[in-house]
Design a binder for this molecule. Structure first.
Ligand code: UT7
Length: 320
């Protein structure tokens, strides 16, 4: 039996930082409204020439250095993104080329803000089955490019960034302990970017749409349920969890999951204020931040959980 251990993590944020006050010069909003409703204070925005793959590569290089391995050692690259560089090829193939390696399997997963949960679960399955030994799992997004910058209901919420994890196979127990994924396409209409390119023109609305209150209610319930289920199925209790690393969308949703598990907020990694919602990048960004700040220690048990468009959601328990 093989176990998928985290060998290293890395993350990257574009240089340009946009505060709530900066946003209040573009749309009718305020720092007070954004902070009190979401917990977000600032977000990073990719430079015009920066592609999702550039953010992904920067995070991946840091994760590889952290793991002490060469890009050549990787035998699978999975990129979770809903903002690929182009319709095809997969951003993972572009990342592979930019890392200067060739031949290993590379593909994207598209599960919006749950993307990293889906990517990590897929990587775990490859390692457990013996199909891969070293996997680069990346969440990378340039959500700023999906936003209608005149729509204050959405443009204040999102940011750009990338986070990466290098997983390695080991015969020693530990690493990823249990994973759980769910989806329910009946709720696709409450969070979507319905436009697409067809016959050379944009067909449908090309901007992100969200019914915030419907998403909020769905997220609170679904995350509480999946967190309880994944803990129970792992044969654990909430008391065994050292850190929750949640998707960073709304402080009140994060608090609600912690409250449901009866865990204090000082056991939760929250990067929302600095990052905003970076979709598939948010969990690996928070994970890397918690590790690099020296809060998350080797041997500790982590609960990662995320939810987003689809609807798709998932949770992973692992020993770091
Ligand atoms: O990553 C995927 C998961 N996404 C989420 O989990 C997001 C979940 N939803 C939310 O986080 C919240 O629903 C929001 C933060 C998006 C919105 O907060 P809310 O408390 O649900 O506000 P609301 O949509 O009910 O809007 C309340 C008021 C409205 O004004 P009226 O109609 O009451 O006069 C909005 O027009 O706030 C207004 N509003 C704003 N005001 C200032 C909406 N956006 C803004 C804004 N600045 N940026």
């Amino acid at each position: 039996m093989h176990y998928a251990h985290i060998l290293g993590t890395g993350s990257y944020l574009p240089d340009r930082c946009m505060s709530n006050d900066d946003l209040s010069k573009i749309v009718d909003t305020s720092d007070e409204w954004i902070t009190s409703r979401t917990g977000i204070k600032e977000r990073h925005i990719a430079a015009p020439e920066e592609q999702t793959s550039d953010l992904a590569v920067a995070a991946a290089q840091r994760a590889l250095a952290d793991a002490g391995i060469q890009a050549n050692d990787i035998d699978l690259i999975i990129v979770a993104t809903s903002t690929p560089d182009m319709t095809f090829p997969a951003t993972a193939c572009i990342v592979q080329q930019k890392l200067g390696i060739h031949g290993c399997a590379a593909f994207d997963v598209q599960a919006v803000c749950a993307g990293f949960m889906y990517a990590l679960t897929t990587a775990n399955a490859y390692i457990k089955s013996g199909m891969a030994r070293k996997v680069l799992v990346i969440g990378a997004e340039t959500f700023s490019r999906l936003l209608d910058w005149q729509d204050r209901r959405t443009c204040v919420l999102f940011g750009d960034g990338a986070g990466a994890v290098v997983l390695g196979a080991s015969d020693e127990t530990g690493g990823i302990i249990h994973t759980k994924l769910k989806a329910d396409g009946r709720y696709q209409h409450i969070l979507q970017t319905p436009g697409k390119i067809a016959n050379g023109v944009i067909d449908g609305a090309p901007y992100l749409f969200m019914d915030g209150q419907a998403v909020y209610k769905f997220a609170v319930k679904a995350l509480a349920q999946i967190a309880s289920e994944v803990i129970q199925e792992a044969g654990m209790t909430a008391a065994d969890i050292d850190w929750i690393i949640p998707h960073q969308a709304n402080y009140r949703i994060i608090e609600s999951t912690a409250r449901h598990l009866k865990l204090p907020m000082d056991k939760v990694i929250v990067t929302l204020a600095q990052h905003g919602n970076t979709s598939a990048a948010s969990i690996p960004l928070a994970l890397d931040t918690g590790i690099k700040e020296g809060r998350i220690q080797r041997g500790e048990t982590l609960l990662l959980e995320g939810i987003g468009g689809g609807f798709a959601w998932g949770a992973v328990i692992l020993k770091y």
